[in-house]
Design a protein around this ligand. Structure first.
Ligand SMILES: O=c1ccn([C@@H]2O[C@H](COP(=O)(O)OP(=O)(O)O[C@H]3O[C@H](CO)[C@@H](O)[C@H](O)[C@H]3O)[C@@H](O)[C@H]2O)c(=O)[nH]1
Ligand SMILES: [Mn+2]
Length: 745
């Protein structure tokens, strides 16, 4: 164990510790063996290719398989970077008092909460996230919470004001009773019968539910009525929503809802700052989605509070542990790391996932396994939420500050005016203008970087290339909990957006394979490349979903026979990768069922969102279409929730992404049985057909929910008839095409 001790502290009480995972040696040994197997596979491919060059069509078959295996091998190589040096960190916030003696010693903390649509992102979710971070175990006068509303909605402002009023009761209640759940929504959703303060709970619970009712009522009406304006100030704030105010076109609204210099809770204790920010929007200037919103927050907060530490949060990700900022301080205040630590990432964890995680939304590799691996190198990627930043990191490399265009935005600038002073507010409005960034370095050299739909991934990556490091903390008690989509279309659309954004990075001039590997070293370059080229999984998955099956239907065998030695190589490659995949998953706390579902979702994503993402990216890059950031819905439909709980797939709407998926399901089923008939009737030898039959059978097994949705179900979530028909048509067309191509020869 490598331990870092606080300055002046004894060895017994460190701030943090690091442990190399035990599996490292095994991972490295296995990588060496598996690499040899891959080399042998390509040798086999070369042999095949030279043998098959006799006819065009067999040559094409061999070439497709070679291409698939090249992509698989590339992805395998990139994943090795996660396995070479995985580490785990542990923070000891209880030892912090050796470094920070009293409240004054704590650095200020600015929290950014992003929301973009009061209908897709329920307003009460924003309220709960806001309250959960306001209630951090942190000196309240040091905390400022900024709510960024990209939806430009008075409903969100109203809800934030209601949150502030409730916070005056909630914060002292949490402090006094040492409440663990600081999101009131979560706290009140379970029963609490602690006799000592039972009546207090009851009264604050009533208060919470009446606030919730008010907010939901307003959201339903879509407008804040005059009768709700409690003060002249509130009246003035809502007056900004004039007739011409739309979400795409409106002036900046900045409203200081709580000012820690003035506002007190019901016990007279200081409140944190709470500021509502809706940046100016105009149809004629690009707003860069969340990246743009965060940059506005970086500037507005610089003018108002300029805290050295920033926490970025999505509105659906509430804090589940009030100690989280203290854990972050265990690193951010450690002199050993201070010089180049850009951010500290906590994982995205979700609490609405069903028992076996049918849509693999836990993303256990993305949010848990791989970050441990990257942490042992230069650090994990930034995932957009649950991340504590060193403000300085947004302004150039550790050793060379890139000064912003005005000194007030500089990370070293000290704020000496009240957040409500006229000059502060004027300046804050100025930096939130939609044209403010023109001819500045924002988005290119300063702040969150533009140019990708996955601004988080891209920004974290660019910071690494500049020489910054990051760290990954995975405490046992989840630091944050969020929502994940619960129907297949939402899941696939989310991954498709990511796919496009990732390719934007992969094929940019900052590609991790070239620029990245040069700036960060080969292993880090590979780990970022793994994500940047994520969507090319679609190539081998799609080829393997159709080609061997169509060949089998036509009586053509394309893999080694069971009696050949090459067959053993295929067995080893398959079992080796699936086995290691399972082991990784299992060691990360997964179960057999959730692993099965995860590998199924990998298969499902291949010919759907990865493929569509890849195609849409290509269309965008030649200028045919344009991509936007479609916010993922966090609304729970009762019927859908029920089906999700039961682990039933939700298709329901017809999406083009379902078509290749369903066509593959049909082809594999037909091919498996077709192959069986061929073997039984002796028109095909089983030794030759085995691998193809195995693949078709394995895919068929995985496709069970699709068959069910096509023929057995009658509920709203079944496969739309239209999709079934189009897919059947596509499958038949593919079969006929393959028949014509293969039989001719
Ligand atoms: O124009 C926009 C669009 C989105 N958002 C906010 O961005 C966040 C993420 O959006 P969401 O629809 O939830 O996307 P996800 O795919 O779930 O988000 C993941 O992927 C995003 C990048 O695509 C990251 O920004 C997120 O942090 C990460 O959780 C939400 O808080 C939104 O309110 C904005 O502020 N402005
Ligand atoms: Mn989200």
């Amino acid at each position: 164990m490598e331990r870092t001790t606080a300055p002046g502290a004894t060895h017994a009480s460190p701030l943090n510790a690091t442990r190399l995972m035990r599996r490292t040696a095994l991972n490295r040994a296995f990588a060496a063996v598996y690499a040899c197997a891959i080399a042998a596979l390509f040798y086999h491919h070369v042999l095949q290719l030279s043998k098959s060059s006799t006819t065009l069509i067999t040559f094409f078959l061999s070439l497709s398989l070679l291409l698939s295996d090249l992509v698989l091998a590339f992805m395998w190589i990139t994943t090795q970077s996660f396995r070479m040096r995985p580490i785990r960190r542990e923070a000891f916030p209880e030892n912090l008092k050796q470094v920070v003696v009293d409240d004054k010693g704590f650095p200020a903390l600015d929290v950014f909460i992003c929301t973009a649509d009061p209908y897709k992102e329920p307003t009460m979710g924003v309220v709960n996230t806001t309250l959960s971070v306001m209630a951090y175990d942190y000196p309240t006068n040091k905390v400022s919470v900024y709510v960024s509303d990209d939806g430009g909605s008075q409903l969100t402002l109203f809800a934030s004001m209601e949150a502030a009023k409730f916070a005056r009761h909630w914060l002292p209640f949490c402090r006094k009773n040492d409440i663990v759940e600081r999101s009131p929504g979560v706290y009140f959703s379970s029963d609490h019968d602690h006799p000592p303060f039972f009546s207090e709970i009851e009264s604050i619970k009533t208060m919470y539910y009446s606030m919730k009712a008010r907010v939901e009522n307003i959201v339903e009406r879509g407008k804040v009525g005059e009768e709700y304006f409690a003060s002249e100030q509130e009246h003035e704030a809502f007056n900004k929503w004039t007739a011409g105010f739309t979400r795409q076109d409106h002036p900046t609204v900045i409203q200081v809802i709580l000012d820690s210099d003035k506002d007190r809770d019901i016990t007279g204790h200081v409140m944190p700052n709470l500021i509502y920010v809706s940046r100016e929007k105009s149809r004629t200037s690009p707003h860069h989605f969340k990246a743009g919103a965060l940059n506005v927050l970086l500037r507005v907060s610089a003018i108002m509070t300029n805290a050295p530490i920033i926490l970025t949060q999505d509105c659906d990700m509430y804090s589940n542990d009030a100690q989280t900022p203290l854990r972050a301080l265990c690193y951010l205040l450690d002199p050993k790391f201070q010089s180049n630590l850009a951010y500290l990432q906590f994982p995205q964890r979700f609490n609405g996932i069903n028992r076996t995680d049918i849509y693999a939304c836990t993303f256990i590799r993305l949010f848990q396994i791989n970050p441990f691996g990257m942490d042992g190198l230069l650090g994990p990627n930034y995932v957009g939420t649950g991340c504590f930043f060193n403000r300085r990191a947004f302004f150039g490399a550790p050793s060379s500050l890139v000064p912003p265009e005005i000194p007030e935005l500089s990370p070293g600038h000290t704020v000496d005016k009240s957040i409500q002073s006229r000059s502060t507010l004027t300046m804050a409005h100025h930096v939130a203008n939609c044209n403010y960034e023109n001819h500045t370095k924002w988005g290119s050299k300063i702040g969150i970087r533009y140019g990708s739909l996955v601004e988080d991934f891209y920004t974290g990556y660019r910071l690494k290339c500049e020489g910054w490091k990051s760290m990954f903390l995975y405490p046992d008690r989840a630091a944050f909990y969020g929502d994940s989509p619960i129907n297949l279309v939402d899941v696939l659309n989310q991954t498709k957006r990511w796919a496009i954004g990732l390719l934007e990075v992969g094929f940019s001039r900052y590609s991790p394979l070239t620029f990245g590997a040069r700036s960060m070293g080969l292993l880090m370059g590979l780990s970022y490349a793994h994500y940047a080229f994520w969507p090319i999984w679609s190539i081998p998955i799609t080829i393997y979903a159709f080609l061997p099956q169509l060949a089998l239907l036509n009586g053509i065998t394309i893999f080694p026979m069971v009696s050949e030695q090459w067959f053993l190589l295929y067995v080893f490659l398959f079992l080796g990768s699936y086995g290691q995949d399972f082991l990784d998953f299992f060691l990360a706390g997964g179960t057999l069922e959730s692993w099965w579902n995860e590998q199924r979702m990998w298969m499902i994503r291949g010919p759907s969102c990865y493929l569509f993402g890849l195609v849409e990216y290509l269309l965008t890059s030649i200028g045919i279409s344009a991509q936007g950031f479609n916010v993922t819905s966090k609304v729970l439909d009762d019927e859908q929730s029920k089906k999700y709980e039961q682990g039933i797939f939700e298709f329901g709407v017809s999406s083009p992404m379902f078509v290749p998926l369903t066509a593959a399901a049909i082809i594999n089923l037909v091919s498996f049985f077709g192959g069986l008939v061929r073997v039984c009737t002796g028109s095909c030898r089983w030794e030759g057909a085995f691998v193809q039959m195995f693949i078709a059978g394995f895919v068929t097994l995985n496709c069970w929910p699709i068959y069910e949705a096509m023929v057995l179900r009658s509920d709203k979530g079944r496969m739309p008839t239209k999709t079934t028909l189009i897919s059947t048509f596509l499958a038949s067309a593919l079969y006929i095409a393959s028949f014509l191509a293969l039989r001719r020869n």
